[in-house]
Design a protein around this ligand. Structure first.
Ligand code: ACM
Length: 542
């Protein structure tokens, strides 16, 4: 039996025989397969110690890689066929991405030690005789990582890209800015990182916690770091979608450039990078100066990120300062707007047009629906399904990421030992039973659901071990939801998923992932005495 995660579409011909990889095994890489060839040699080469030297497609003892138009026709660009016989392995992708996802399946079939970075002694490397046909359900299979609340150094980000690839996830939503830190170098505005990328101290636990970590916290990615991250992702067929959050969640930027804030309401020069959590009132001023400033930011961003989609945030923008600001009120009058919601829609709409003129597409959190959705906008539906449903019905594309289901900062068990427990209990099984396409949508409307993403907000995740704990194993269940064509939630075979997870934990162990064990946190994964904010009672989606 194979124990693949995410479950493939179709598996046949499982015999009792094997293809055995050895010193003579070669890789015959057809045209267009170079990226997967490089990846196979680097990752499987390291794990097995085998050279996997170039060979010919018609030889025996060969792993043959090809791009096949028939596979593209039957299964799409991201689909693949894998055929293993005792004589040879043939992996055919509909396109280069499909081939790469097929290589991930191949690695899973080799067993957990194929995830190590150096060979263990006396291992046999066997692929079971098998035929797999597989293709993803969704084109957007995402993970959002908040590197603002806690910075994840570059090597940690590269590691997460590898973890995403191993789960056939293909969109990395990179939450680069927030009140608590600005994490990307912008040459035109050096203070964004000089001032905005660090804070003097940090709230430890939920904002109601009395604890502080008095160690300064900071970090940012240079433009070359970003280029490296984007290229590393592209090599793995992952698109990096950057997020610069406007007009709310902008205190780090205002601390660096006080003129970006509502200077007619408060003394913005007194603001510092925020050191605690929540939603704060210090939002961008809706002025021409702010628009020009952020155009300068986005100009550099577009050079760094080739992604079609650029995320502009738009969430949780408190309007109190705009209500008090004569400048903001004058702008509302001058533009003939009804209220502050329309002012935010005007602000987002500006960047919708600005991005469209440069061949890109704007995506924002579902608050961008308030005050009128910009013409070309795509919506990240996070406050439940409602925003996504409204957007899809209005003909806009949608990424489903409701906080009630796929916010991995929420605790994964009701037990008292969960570290800094936040929000609702969302177990592995809850995530496994998440359905990205709401039943209310007609088939035509449902086509606007590009896919889904899991979001990892890092207020209470101070290091990569905490991020691992919250993210895994639930990201494995999420990956199956995003990739596999599963039945309706109630009919999903969670027992079989758990059976396959038993093998998958071995892969995660070999990869060094500090996941939450099914029995609960290990002693060092607990955070006794650090206040969270558990929400009790039945989850709102049930
Ligand atoms: C969000 O969780 N504020 C998008």
């Amino acid at each position: 039996m194979t124990e693949l995660i995410p479950a493939p579409g179709h598996v046949t011909g499982q015999g009792s025989r094997f293809f055995e990889l050895g010193p003579a095994t070669r890789v015959a890489a057809g045209e267009g397969t170079e990226r997967t060839e490089r990846w196979l040699r680097a990752s499987l080469g390291a794990a097995t110690g085998l050279a996997l030297t170039p060979g010919q497609a018609d030889e025996a003892d060969v792993i043959r890689l090809s791009i096949d138009p028939v596979v593209a026709k039957d299964l799409g660009e991201e689909g693949y066929r894998l055929a293993v016989t005792p004589e040879a392995v043939h992996l055919a992708g509909g396109g280069p991405a499909g081939l790469f996802w097929g290589a991930q399946t191949l690695r899973q079939l080799l067993g957990p030690d194929a995830y190590r970075r150096a060979p263990l002694p006396d291992r046999q490397w066997r692929l079971p005789e098998i035929q797999v046909q597989d293709a993803p359900r969704f084109r957007w299979r995402g993970l959002m990582l908040d590197v603002s609340r806690h910075f994840m150094p570059k090597d940690g980000v590269l590691r997460y890209l590898d973890l995403m690839a191993a789960h056939k996830l293909n969109i990395f939503h990179f939450h680069l800015t927030d009140d608590q830190g600005w994490r990307v170098e912008i040459r035109k505005y050096p203070r964004l990182t000089e001032v905005g990328s660090w804070r003097a101290r940090t709230k430890f636990g939920h904002r109601a916690s009395p604890l502080w970590d008095d160690k300064p916290h900071g970090g940012y990615y240079t433009q070359d770091d970003i280029r490296e991250i984007v290229a590393y992702a592209a090599e793995r067929h992952i698109t990096v979608v950057p997020e610069i959050d406007v007009p709310g969640h902008s205190q780090a930027a205002i601390a660096a450039y006080p003129e970006l804030g509502n200077t007619d309401v408060i003394d913005t020069s007194a603001l510092t990078v925020w050191d605690t959590w929540g939603i704060n009132p210090n939002v961008l001023a809706p002025t021409d100066n702010t628009l020009r400033f952020y155009e300068g930011v986005f100009e550099e961003l577009l050079e760094l990120f080739p992604s079609e989609f650029i995320h502009v945030g738009g969430d949780e923008c408190l309007k109190d300062q705009w209500r008090q600001s004569p400048t903001a009120q004058e702008r509302i009058r001058e533009l003939g707007l009804k209220d502050e919601d329309e002012l935010q829609a005007w602000f987002i709409g500006h960047f919708d047009k600005w991005l469209a003129a440069r061949g890109r597409r704007l995506i924002g959190w579902d608050e961008i629906l308030e005050g009128g959705l910009a013409k070309g906008a795509t919506v990240s539906s996070w406050r439940g399904y409602a925003g996504g449903i409204a957007a899809a019905r209005a003909g806009h594309d949608v990424v489903m990421c409701p906080e009630q289901q796929v916010y991995l900062d929420h605790r994964q068990d009701a037990g008292a030992d969960e570290p800094v427990p936040i929000g609702y209990v969302r177990t592995l099984e809850d995530v496994y039973r998440f359905e990205p396409v709401p039943a209310e949508l007609t088939p035509d409307e449902a086509r606007h659901v590009l896919g889904t993403q899991a979001n990892v907000w890092t207020e209470v995740m101070e290091d990569h071990a905490r991020v691992d704990y919250q993210t895994f194993p639930r990201l494995a269940a999420f990956a199956e939801v995003a990739w596999s064509s599963l039945p309706a939630p109630a009919e999903r075979d969670f027992v079989d998923f758990e059976r396959r997870m038993a093998a998958h934990y071995g892969r995660l162990d070999a990869l060094g992932v500090a996941y939450r064990p099914p029995t609960g946190p290990r002693p060092w994964q607990r955070r006794p005495g650090v206040l969270g904010r558990p929400i009790d009672g039945p989850p709102p989606n049930k």
